[in-house]
Design a protein around this ligand. Structure first.
Ligand code: PEP
Length: 255
């Protein structure tokens, strides 16, 4: 477990202003659990409002365009979400890769734009069930990250996190074994050390994502090299999301 675990809620395409009550409740509870870094990525439409409502937790976006401005109807740039109050952005989520055909190269360009705009990046990766069953999960995720991650990142330990999210575990209630998570996270760690050096590479937090719930958080977060969680469905209410944050805090205290 990382020195300060990072637990991030991804609200996906969920939430109108009524959801701000949940953000406020999460923020209040997080103020008593400072050993865990807590953040929320609401939809674009709620970034500014969430930023204004909260004091403690980080607020981020779920995507950004690789260009800072221009003729890109319907898109939102990193500069714009930073201006709205975002401090980080989730990139390369499998739902973006699937729904919008995002390639590793495009995700890499987006990461460069985000860092240029001063946003921290959570880079997602993960294999399909078919790839895992074929025994190729580690190779697939390594090559996905090799191409998606920027070559150089200043202050990488702070500016970058990686989220390993097996596609078949997202929203399904199924999770890999702790041993499988550990194997993948060790492979990601080796790649990060190779790319960003012994010190920075060793400190970049690697989050696990995919059906994390209050009931399984402690077990999943205890896997080798897991430095936090990226949480979808269970981040939509303060009660379930904080159950996960409390699990991370307890685990950190026990170690
Ligand atoms: C996600 O999509 O980032 C995610 C982890 O979803 P869930 O927690 O709902 O599986």
């Amino acid at each position: 477990m990382a020195e300060r675990p990072y637990v991030v809620g991804n609200w996906k395409m969920n939430g109108t202003r009524a959801m701000l009550a949940q953000a406020r409740a999460i923020d209040r509870a997080a103020q008593n659990l400072m050993k865990v870094e807590v953040a929320l990525a609401p939809p674009f439409t709620l970034i500014h409002a969430t930023h204004r409502e909260v004091e403690q937790i980080g607020v981020g976006g779920q995507d950004c365009h690789p260009r800072a401005e221009g003729a890109h109807t319907g898109d939102t740039s990193a500069t714009m979400i930073a201006d709205a109050g975002a401090k980080f952005v989730i990139l390369g989520h499998s739902e973006r890769r699937q729904d919008h055909g995002e390639s590793n190269e495009l995700v890499n360009d987006k990461a460069a734009a985000a860092l240029e705009a001063g946003l921290r990046v959570i880079m997602c990766c993960g294999e399909t069930e078919e790839t895992r069953d074929g025994g190729k999960a580690v190779d697939f995720v390594s090559s996905q990250l090799e191409t998606s991650l920027p070559e150089k990142v200043e202050n990488a330990a702070d500016m970058l996190a990686v989220a390993y999210e097996p596609i078949w575990a997202i929203g399904t209630g199924r999770t890999p074994t702790v041993a499988d998570i550990g194997e993948m996270h060790r492979a990601i760690r080796a790649l990060l050390v190779k790319r960003y050096g012994e010190k920075e590479g060793a400190e970049i937090r690697i989050l696990y994502g995919g059906s994390v719930k209050p009931e399984n958080a402690r077990e999943l977060l205890a896997a080798d090299e897991v430095g936090g969680a990226l949480v979808g469905g269970a981040s939509l209410t303060a009660e379930s999301f904080m159950g996960i944050v409390i699990g991370a805090a307890e685990l950190q205290q026990d170690q």
